[in-house]
Design a protein around this ligand. Sequence first.
Ligand SMILES: [Zn+2]
Length: 486
Amino acid sequence: MREISVQQNQTDSGVSAIVRAAPGEFAPAARSGSPRWRAAAVAGLYSLSACLASSAAVAQGIPLIRDAETENLLKDYSRPIFRVAGLGSHITMRIVKADNFNAFVVDGNNVFINHGTILQAKTPNEVIGVIAHETGHITGGHMAQLRAQIARDQTKALLLMVLGIGAAVAGGATGSSDAGTAGTGLALGGQEMLMRSFLSQRRSQESSADQAGIKFLEATHQSGRGMLDVFEGFAQQEYVSATYQDAYMLSHPVAADRVARLRELVAKSPYVTVKDPPELQLRHDLVRAKISAYLEAPQTVLNRYPANDNSLPARYARAIVHNCSGKCDQAIGEVDALIREKPDNPYFWEIKGDFHYWAGKQREAIGPMRKALQLAGGNEPLMQVELAQALLGTEDKAVLEETITLLRRAASNDPGNSTAFNLLGTALARKGEEPQAEAAIAQGRFAEGNIKEAQIFAKRAIKHLPTGSPEWLRADDIIKYKQSSE
Ligand SMILES: [Zn+2]
C-alpha cells in the first residue's frame, strides 16, 4: 500500500494532458515506524480545461494516499452511484491525506475524499451519501461553471479555497500530520468579497446536488440518511465559530432551508430505513481502523481500539501499530490470528507481507504478498507492485521475468503509478535491456510530472528502441509533449 504515485490521464496520444509537479514535492512517510503509507502529491489535475492549466498547477501537491483496500472499498461505494448517474466507470476515487472532513470534485474524472471523512463516517452510508452528493455536482455541470468563473477572475488560488483544500496542500507539503485542520481560516484573507460571491452561487448548486444525490441513492435502493446526517452535522457547526468549521462546510454551505428540504426528500424515500449490509459495514470499520493505525498517533489509536476490544477492526489496528518496527513476532502473531479468522481477506495477507518487507525480510514477504494478490483476483496493481518490489529485493535472477511481467501489468492497469515504471526500469536494467529500462524510467518521471527528466530519458531510449514499437511510441509521445504554460 505504501507507494506514492501521481495520476495521469491517458489521452488519445497516450500522454496526459497536464501533468506537472516539482520534483521532491512528495510528502514524506506519514510517520516514522510506518513507512508503508506515503502520501502522493498529485501532479496535476490533468483533465481541467486548458483555461485552467494554471489551476492545475495550484492543485498540484494535493497529498494522496494509495491503498488497495481503501481504494477498492471506495470503488464499491461509488460504482453503483456512478452507474445510475450515467457516468460510466472512468471516474476515480482519490484519497486525500488530510484529517478533516472534505470531499470535492474538480472535473468529471475524479472524486477526491479526505481520509478524515472516512475516519469520521460511522457507516458506509454516510460516505456513499457524500459521494452521491458530489456526483450531483458532476452531473449538474457545476464544475464547468466554477472553472469558467475562476478563469475569468484570474484567481487560481481561489479554486483550492472554494474546495476547501488549500490547507490540505499546505499541510501535505510540510508532511504535517494534521494537514488541513487549519482549514477555513486562511480561505478568506484579502479575497473575501470574491469568495462570498462564489459561495452565494455555490449555495444554489448545493440543493441541486442534494436532489440529484438523493435520486442516485433511491435508484440504488439506498437510504439518504447518511447524507442527511452529514449535512445536519454541518448545519449545527454553522452556529459554532468559523474557525472550527470544516472545510467541507465552507465549500458546501448548508442553509437551514436546504437541510429542511433534504430531510423531507430523505423521509419520502421508500429506502429510508435501509441499512448497509453487515459485510460492507465490517469492511468500512476495517478501513477506518487501518487509516487510524497508519495515520494517527499510536496512543490515539490504542485509546480508540483498547486491548479489551476484541473485534477484528480493533485487532487490525493494534497489529498495524505494533508492526515489525517493534516486536515483530508479536505483530506477525496478531496478523496470523486475523488470517485464521478471515483466511480469504487479501489485505490481512498484504500487511503480513508488508510487515516482513519493512523489517528487511524480503524473502519472507513474498509468500504472503503472492497470496494477497491471488485473493484479490490477481490483477490488483498496488499489490503487483508490492510483490514485485519484494521479488526485486531478493536480487534473485530466477524471479526477474516474473517481476517484469508483474510490473508491466501494474503499469498498464495503473498508468499514473510512477513506482511501477521506476521499478520496471530497475528490473529491465538488471536484465540488460537498457533502452527499455530508460523508456520505463521516462514514463515514471512523466507520471511524477517531471517532464524535463522524462524527456531526457525518452530521448536516450528512443535511439536504441525498434522504430514503431510500443515503447518507441510512448517515448516519442513524451518527447513531443509540450508542457502547458504556467
Ligand atoms: Zn456540495
